[in-house]
Ligand binder design. Structure first.
Ligand SMILES: Cc1ncc(COP(=O)(O)O)c(C=O)c1O
Length: 434
């Protein structure tokens, strides 16, 4: 396969090409070798914490970068009080939980975090998962059954789609944030138990879920609702209770889900809601029953992060000021941020080859953004994803914008020169043959 590697994507290698499932498709291995330039931008090695400025390994050397890659929205991953809380728990509780919460991994710290999360969100109870992905997947698959219907926004995170697949329920989609499309989808499967699945903030597009409009439709059909607040929890709403608080719809959402890996700066997930529902779910969510509980060190750190997130609303204010500023400046330099209205911003490039070339150039110049390729986004929306945080200073953001502007302009010039050269050469060729 000596074809242009830029013409291929991960969606091309799902066929069973080998007789042994442990052997990857040879075409994939070949493509990976050909596409080293692109692959090098993935699984980057951080040589320090996920702070606003950090150091990564680039081409085998430490490179200082402005970090627009990490989800450390409130800067809590590196907060001295959070680190101190983790250190204290390490002394009292050791490193790991060493068991599933159901049998041996539950500690007093886990119970305290359950209570604090429930109290923070005004819910009866909360349960913890050792990963956000497992929490979303476990909740959906733990509650839905074969004859149920999950109706997911078509931009839903894979953890939600995998949860529906694992439950073996019928999964249907509605157009992103489109109330009319949801209405149609719900009408198609009337008479069954239906769960509408949406997100507070969409992780690739950086736009809010249109919760009020979608809730109206779900309620009109008597359908239940599940909202994934992975990217919005603690970072949105006056008190940090997510998109539901921002849109004033908390009392219309019985079950809240969030992760600790974004604004909390840690790891894990939770679901909060009625005690009876959670008592049932604790026995049927496989990632809860059959997987080790969060390390107590992490739980202690999350408790402290939650305390700071509640105590210091100014962190959220700073995050949103930074997001608004960055959006405005990106518009000034002509960068397309799609439908983003939040601190998550796609920087749409729309061309795979150009995106990887620019990705290297940006890292070389000291700006770290994440490459996002098809099938994570449509081919014409291939982009970088940039996340601003409360910890970025105005100087960090201005420097990032300068690097971006210079790099994009320089790349356009190269493209223009190449285009002109190509035109000249074909003109010459025409003249020589005529
Ligand atoms: C919307 C959404 N849900 C769930 C998850 C999974 O969370 P975690 O990374 O904490 O496992 C993510 C991760 O990015 C996400 O974006």
């Amino acid at each position: 396969m000596n074809q242009d590697p830029a013409k291929f994507s991960l969606s091309n290698f799902l066929a069973q090409e080998t007789s042994d499932p442990l052997e990857p498709p040879p075409r994939f291995t070949h493509w990976m070798r050909q596409a080293t330039f692109a692959v090098e931008l993935y699984e980057p090695e951080l040589l320090a914490g996920a702070d606003a400025r950090t150091t990564i390994d680039y081409n085998g050397r430490p490179r200082s970068v402005i970090n627009l890659c990490s989800y450390n929205y409130l800067g809590l991953a590196n907060h001295p009080e959070v680190i101190a809380a983790a250190q204290a728990a390490l002394k009292t509780h050791g490193l790991g939980a060493c068991g599933s919460p159901m049998l041996s991994g539950m500690t007093d710290l886990h119970r305290e975090l359950e209570r604090q999360v429930a109290k923070f969100l005004g819910r009866e109870d909360a349960m913890l998962f050792n990963s956000g992905f497992g929490g979303a997947l476990g909740t959906i698959s733990g509650l839905l059954r074969k004859n149920d219907v999950a109706i997911l926004d078509n931009r839903s995170h894979l953890s939600l789609r995998d949860g529906a697949a694992l439950s073996r329920c019928r999964a249907d989609k509605f157009e992103h944030n489109d109330a009319a499309s949801l209405d149609k989808a719900l009408a198609r499967k009337q008479g069954r138990r239906q769960l509408v699945v949406m997100e507070g903030i969409y992780s690739m597009d950086g736009d809010f879920g249109d919760l009020p409009a979608l809730l109206d439709i779900a309620e009109s059909h008597g359908a239940s609702v599940f909202v994934d607040e992975a990217h919005s929890m603690l970072a949105c709403g006056t008190n940090g209770r997510g998109a539901a608080e921002k849109f004033d719809v908390e009392d219309r959402i019985p079950l809240v889900y969030g992760t600790f890996s974004k604004a909390f700066g840690a790891l894990g997930g939770f679901v909060a809601g009625p005690k009876e529902t959670l008592r049932y779910l604790r026995f049927y969510a496989h990632p809860y029953v059959y997987s080790c509980a969060l390390p107590p060190v992490v739980v202690a750190a999350i408790l402290k992060a939650l305390e700071i997130g509640m105590r210091e609303p100014e962190l959220r204010k700073k995050l949103w000021e930074n997001a608004d500023y960055f959006h405005a400046q990106l518009r000034n330099i002509g960068v397309d941020t799609g439908r983003s209205t939040t601190y998550i911003m796609p920087l749409v490039i729309g061309d795979r080859e150009r995106m990887y070339r620019l990705g290297h150039e940006l890292r070389r110049r000291g700006l770290w953004v994440a490459p996002v390729d098809y099938p994570a986004v449509p081919e014409n929306k291939i982009c970088f994803r940039a996340c601003v945080t409360a910890k970025h200073t105005r100087a960090d953001l201005d420097e990032a914008l300068n690097i971006l502007d210079d790099t994009l302009k320089a790349d356009s010039k190269i493209k223009e020169t190449t285009f002109r050269l190509r035109c000249k050469m074909s003109e010459l060729a025409v003249r020589m043959t005529s």
